[in-house]
Write a protein that binds this ligand. Structure first.
Ligand code: 2IP
Ligand code: CA
Length: 399
């Protein structure tokens, strides 16, 4: 059923258009600017515009999927609720109406009558988008629809989105901050086993045309189901390797002894950073956005994305996890990896997506509570872990 994946790609592109429109269209951009002014939040508008953009993108994804695959919407989950209350105390459910005019009217209720913004937003929401990847046309895969759950992160790295820096320099291809760190994440998992099956990462702001100031984006996908593993980087990798037919990973196992590189959160603990410095030397890259950091692993810019805290969630990791699985990698629970005896012979503890954390409430029910490590090559992960354990041990006993 690559039809579902094709549709996910299309709706992710629609979502990317909305994200770009909010930065590029004057009426909408003004609302984002308002967000930036400290202390003025919510004074002018009933809702944070950022929250509205997030919710709207999530609803667009949900309702477009529902239109094509009725019933699927009840298995689509995300962080945001689509219910708002306006100044008059009216409850407003944000949804796509059947016409652009109706959607504009609904949006104007939460935007306190801001007509130009509501109309601009409704226009882009209702715009038709075509998006296809020829590589997907040839694949016939039947994943039963009622087996699929979907995690959506409509705009990951919202802080960078609002801040909107367009002129950040990358360090060896990796952006520490800026609009490049913004991603739209859609991950499909098996509702019975929690294993990720399909993933789409759309990066709406990759490069900007300095004449028109328009942004171009890029989209990555992967599918891993019953022995079929395909992903969007396959062709780029085979071209780089000089053979069109070659389909394996760009990161051959023979590289296992070369130096490691990692992306980390800017809020990573000092003890972990110190241990990582011993393993990776200079090749540690702080970057914003959980989705963006995992994309750096997908793109082969680094070996590892490691995070020791419990502040990423299922919607942050599911899409990248599916793509990495299709590439022969994965995302594992960091705490469990470190507690495991290296010779246990057990499989690495992959993150799963179908079960809530016991005893947790609110968003924490869906936290990746043991932290995470994302990787492309299992062999590399194993070598990395043994080095990390050796370098953490003396630090931890000293602490
Ligand atoms: C956030 C966002 C942050 C990330 C955090 C996510 O999602 O990706 O950047 O923190 O874990 O939950 P960090 O950048 O330190 O890795 P959102 O932007 O959707 O709230
Ligand atoms: Ca997020």
């Amino acid at each position: 059923m690559s039809e579902i994946l094709q549709e996910l790609l299309r709706v992710s592109e629609k979502a990317a258009n909305i994200a770009r429109a909010c930065r590029q269209q004057e009426a909408l951009f003004q609302l984002l600017i308002e967000e930036k002014k400290e202390g003025e939040k919510n004074k002018k508008f009933t809702v944070d515009f950022k929250t509205l953009a997030d919710v709207l993108v999530q609803e667009v994804i949900k309702q477009n999927m529902e239109n094509k695959f009725p019933g699927l919407e009840k298995n689509i989950f995300g962080e945001e609720s689509n219910e708002f209350t306006n100044d008059l105390g009216e409850k407003i459910i944000i949804k796509l109406c059947s016409t652009e005019e109706e959607t504009a009217q609904l949006l104007s209720k939460v935007l306190n009558g801001n007509k130009s913004a509501s109309e601009a937003l409704a226009k882009v929401v209702h715009q038709d988008v075509t998006f296809a990847d020829a590589a997907l046309d040839s694949i016939v895969i039947n994943i039963p629809q009622d087996l699929m759950g979907i995690w959506v992160d409509p705009i990951d790295s919202t802080y960078q989105y609002i801040k909107g820096s367009a002129d950040i320099q990358s360090n060896q291809g990796i952006f520490p901050s800026g609009l490049q760190c913004v991603t739209i994440l859609i991950g499909v998992y098996d509702i019975h086993t929690g294993v990720p099956l399909m993933g789409v990462i759309n990066q709406p702001f990759v490069s900007q045309d300095l004449n028109t100031l328009r942004w171009k984006g890029q989209c990555y996908w992967g599918l891993s189901y019953m022995g079929t593993n395909i992903h969007s980087l396959e062709r780029a990798i085979s071209k780089r390797n000089g053979s069109e037919n070659r389909t394996e990973n760009s990161n051959p196992e023979s590289e296992s002894s070369s130096a490691f590189s990692a992306v980390i959160s800017t809020s990573e603990k000092e003890t972990i950073k110190a241990a990582l410095a011993r393993v990776c030397g200079e090749r540690i890259f702080p970057a914003a956005g959980a989705g963006y950091k995992s994309l750096c692993v997908v793109q082969g810019l680094v070996d590892i994305y490691i995070f020791s805290e419990d502040t990423t969630f299922k919607w942050d990791s599911c899409a990248a996890h599916a793509i990495l699985r299709a590439m022969g990698g994965g995302i594992v629970d960091m705490k469990e990896c470190l507690e495991r005896h290296p010779d246990s012979g057990l499989d690495w503890p992959q993150l799963l997506y179908h079960l809530e954390n016991e005893g947790a409430t609110g968003v924490d029910r869906w936290a990746n509570k043991g932290g995470l490590i994302a990787y492309r090559s299992r062999k590399r992960l194993e070598t990395f872990l043994s080095l990390l354990v050796q370098n953490l041990a003396p630090l931890e006993t000293r602490a």
